[in-house]
Design a binder for this molecule. Sequence first.
Ligand SMILES: Cc1cc2nc3c(=O)[nH]c(=O)nc-3n(C[C@H](O)[C@H](O)[C@H](O)COP(=O)(O)OP(=O)(O)OC[C@H]3O[C@@H](n4cnc5c(N)ncnc54)[C@H](O)[C@@H]3O)c2cc1C
Length: 455
Amino acid sequence: MTPQSHLDGFLSAEHPLSPRGLFANLPAAIRPVVTPKLATVWEQDTAALPRALAHARRRYRGFAERELRDRSLAADLAPHPKPGEVLPSLAALLKTAGREGMLTDLLPRPLGSASLGSYRYPLVWTQALRSEELARVCGGQMLLLSAHSLGVIPIVFAGDLSAIRRFVVPAYRQTMAGDPHLFAYAITEPSAGSDAEEGHGASVSQPNVVAKRVSGGWSLQGRKIFISGGDIAKSITVFASLESEGIESWTCFLVTNDMPGFEVVRNELKMGMRASAASELAFHDVFVPDDHVIGSPRQGWAINRATLNASRYAVAGMAVGLAQGATEAAIDFACRTRLAGKSLMDFQEVQLQIANMMTETAAIRGMLWQAARKAYVARQDRSSMCKFQCTDEAVRVVEMALELMGNHGTLHESGVEKIYRDARLTQIFEGTNQINRLAVIEDQQEHFLARIERN
Ligand SMILES: Cc1cc2nc3c(=O)[nH]c(=O)nc-3n(C[C@H](O)[C@H](O)[C@H](O)COP(=O)(O)OP(=O)(O)OC[C@H]3O[C@@H](n4cnc5c(N)ncnc54)[C@H](O)[C@@H]3O)c2cc1C
């Protein structure tokens, strides 16, 4: 079969009106200025990045294609493991990710795996690039790897060099040697989901996990829920209120899974990102020594907010990746499927839908990169805007892909059904999108207050 020279409704490259050959007759001096190189949107965007980040983006894509692609559907459909169990294929992934420096990039070499060049740009930008490329291939495995970084960030943002030296550096060494030492981040409680992310609710919330002063340290009592990777993490940054006080007394404790009284109660049966477990954790009078307090007592709320301000860029990146994955699956489907004697891609209605998906994805990526490129200090208003806009738009893009693929889109093997389930979670975690909208207003309220007219 001879290859098709053009899509229906368009001109072949040889036609004098085709943009593909259009500039060939212009003078040689001007041709390079007006003739774009043939490049996919991904290649164009990567080329526009600073060199160190372009290199990182290519590396993340290579890793995702090589290590996540083939495991994706099986890891999603496998029964949820019991607490502490990991599917053998995911255990192998974690080892490889550790050896390749994908779990240790919050610290520079030789302490971690980040190149010094990458520190010229905001950490949140690099993290957003990483979550985009991993989520494009598999949301669940992306969360398995990213939840670990979320668990380490509070230690870094506490500026607690002693804790970095004692907890993070040895764990990173172990991980880079192929024996992953994972972290998790625990703020959510049965009575505090949004309240753990939003000051107004937190101010009246009744804390569930409480730390009582005892000789030489603290005794933790209570439960945390929906903790990503909480079942397999060896170290967990746990936020607890001090006895008889509210969330304003929150303190960050480094709890290890071998401390007596620590229990992984269960893993939730959830709709998406199923390669990563969301675990309920119980603390039955867990003794945590004083030197496992991260930062100082009562600094926890500030450390938590700083962590979320940074990590919401990464969630926005996940959304961009999921939208990209859905768009690519729809294009692939449209090119492979024939209807009424021609390729689905030849129908202009389909072309319009695909152009919309590509553009919506490019728009949220552009918004994210624009905000992240100067985010040396992660601002709450910007990171929350990116979080809710990118995740809401990503779900719309995935719905377009599902619509375009018809009944095939509803099948596990299409991949888009999984992306839909994965994408829906990004609207909920790291603060629901309602809470993130309120976070924008909270950050800007000084400006509004100054303008409110009082009689
Ligand atoms: C897959 C997954 C992974 C997760 N991983 C982690 C993790 O690693 N660590 C961790 O600590 N937590 C984690 N979470 C928890 C997550 O961050 C919370 O689920 C989220 O913050 C929402 O809290 P909630 O579910 O308790 O909702 P609630 O706080 O009970 O809210 C219920 C509804 O009320 C709305 N609402 C609440 N307050 C307001 C308000 N003031 N104004 C308007 N609407 C409001 C919310 O938007 C929501 O629609 C995870 C959750 C999921 C689903």
